[in-house]
Design a protein around this ligand. Structure first.
Ligand SMILES: *Cc1c(COP(=O)(O)O)cnc(C)c1O
Length: 507
């Protein structure tokens, strides 16, 4: 099916020999030869500067971002990133500091990191915090290392070899547990989308090191039995790890420490608005109850008696270092800016509004799409296209591919895996009602199209620079070489010829 937009040509196709901008005067000194540098003659495109700038500007606009489009990617909290955060992070006193600079000359930075540790521990309702982990998944890894160190210290490290993970947890949870050498036991959810407590009771034997629970979970449901669950785990000698990536739903409303959780991570790039996606830097600080404090990774930021701040490497029970240098401190600075700007009441309002937005979307769409949230949701809702699939052959995938034609980034699809044809929608608190309404209208229009013209949806998107890509082949047989005429490359891994994709570039 044809696309209405024409494809951006390659720089090679824009090349016009002799047109390249050349500002520098001819060489008037002897040319030096660098013996170790081999400079083959490259067939580079020659394009004037203005055309290069226009080319890359057009390419940069051929994509979706939170600054251009509504981006309701469930579990990812793609909220607006306030530009104030960037202004603060760009201040020369922060941006110009070298990671190896002395403590005496980086007191401001150290104070930022120290205050972030204190405030995050306070939001968690726990005793201490480390800003070292570089991502949510690394926070999980770090938390599990601390749990293992705790059990080792009690002589139970060998015996406690299992982690219990509900099936509504994020996929990184069982992966982190396995990465730490633990066996994983999965516990089913009940009809309300919470943990099945009977199954949990059965799973909690004395070989369990910890229960790892995402709360609110990936169905957007708050685990109402969390206190009972924590008490049960503790009676059994196990600890409780909480994946706090969904803290956007409960900021200032409930504190994991009060629920009985022993260790949790934050995804500051989600909850506290630092730019992420596309592999950008994040941070996954971990907060812990005092029993785990000795095991926090090094270096830790501390305040000396005299008031000055410093790095504490002298922590004999620490689980080690998670990376070189000081972590993604720029992300922590942006998060702290966001937290201080909102204040306690502001953060509470953030989560109220995030939950309201998600429930608004759920209420408008649940008559047309089935839902995993019969009783309402927290900050995200999970819809399903199962009925459309059965009746008209239109899948969640087709819907996700059609949404960009209406000007919206797709929600997360096929996750959580426990819901068939799932679409996980997280609007966040930063969208207007008008945007939420426009998105709901688009979802309703697509459901109508499923009935009247399902084939259209199978071919979507129709107005994007590229059409429906063969994503498996594109990922497995990546071929970025440019040749004229385009290479008829065969897929190396499967030997199958590459399939033509309507509207896709053939380089
Ligand atoms: C995003 C997310 C993670 C992983 O966090 P990263 O920062 O991407 O490593 C873990 N758990 C949940 C619930 C998440 O949403």
């Amino acid at each position: 099916m044809p696309n209405s937009l024409s494809l951006e040509p390659l720089l090679f196709e824009l090349s016009d020999p002799g047109s390249a901008s050349d500002y520098l005067p001819p060489l008037d000194v002897p040319e030096a030869s660098l013996p170790f540098v081999v400079r083959p003659e490259l067939d580079l495109p020659e394009v004037d500067e203005h055309s290069v700038v226009r080319h890359f500007t057009r390419l940069s606009q051929n994509t979706f971002s939170i600054d251009t489009h509504f981006y309701p990617l469930g579990s990812c909290t793609m909220k607006y990133n306030p530009k104030l955060n960037e202004a603060v992070a760009a201040m020369p006193g922060f941006a110009g500091v070298h990671p190896l600079q002395s403590e005496a000359t980086s007191q401001g930075w150290l104070e930022v990191l120290f205050r972030a540790q204190e405030i995050l521990a306070q939001i968690a309702g726990l005793d201490a915090c480390s800003i070292q982990p570089l991502a949510g998944a690394q926070g999980e890894f770090c938390g599990l290392l601390m749990i293992r160190a705790y059990h080792n210290g009690r002589g139970e490290g060998e015996k406690r070899c299992r982690i219990v993970v509900p099936d509504s947890a994020h996929g990184t949870n069982p992966a982190s547990a396995a990465r730490c050498g633990y066996a994983v036991t999965t516990v089913k959810s009940n009809a309300e989308g919470g943990v099945d407590m009977d199954a949990m009771r059965t799973a909690l034997k004395d070989d369990v090191a910890a229960v790892m629970i995402t709360n609110p979970n990936t169905l957007g449901v708050f685990e109402a039995q969390i206190e009972e669950l924590c008490a049960l785990a503790h009676e059994n000698g196990a600890l409780v790890y909480m994946d706090g990536a969904n803290m956007n739903a409960i900021l200032g409303q409930a504190r994991p420490g009060d629920m009985g959780v022993d260790v949790m991570h934050f995804n500051v790039h989600k909850t506290f608005s630092t730019p992420h996606g596309g592999g950008g830097p994040g941070a996954g600080p971990v907060a812990v109850r005092s029993i785990l404090e000795p095991f926090l990774p090094v270096p830790h930021v501390k305040q000396h008696e005299g008031g000055e701040f410093g790095w504490d490497w002298d922590r004999p029970d620490a689980v080690g270092s998670l990376h070189g240098f000081r972590g993604n401190s720029g992300v922590i600075l942006r998060a702290l800016t966001y937290i201080l700007r909102h204040g306690g009441n502001g953060l509470r309002q953030v989560s109220s509004d995030a939950v309201l937005s998600a429930n608004y979307i759920l209420a408008r769409l649940k008559g047309v799409y089935e839902t995993a949230n019969p009783n309402g949701c927290k900050h995200e809702c999970v819809l399903s296209a199962s009925k459309l699939k059965a009746q008209y052959g239109v899948s969640a995938w087709d819907i996700a591919k059609r949404l960009p034609d209406y000007g919206f980034h797709a929600p997360t699809v096929y996750f959580p895996t426990i819901v068939k044809e799932s679409m996980m929608i997280e609007p966040t608190e930063t969208e207007t009602k008008a945007t939420l309404d426009a998105f709901c209208e688009a979802m309703l229009a697509i459901a109508e199209e499923a009935k009247t013209d399902p084939d259209l949806l199978h071919h979507a998107p129709l107005t994007m620079p590229v059409g429906r890509l063969d994503e498996a082949n594109a990922a497995k047989c990546l071929n970025l070489c440019w040749t004229t005429p385009p290479a008829e490359a065969a897929c190396e891994s499967t030997g199958e010829p590459k399939r033509e994709v309507a509207g896709a570039p053939t380089y």
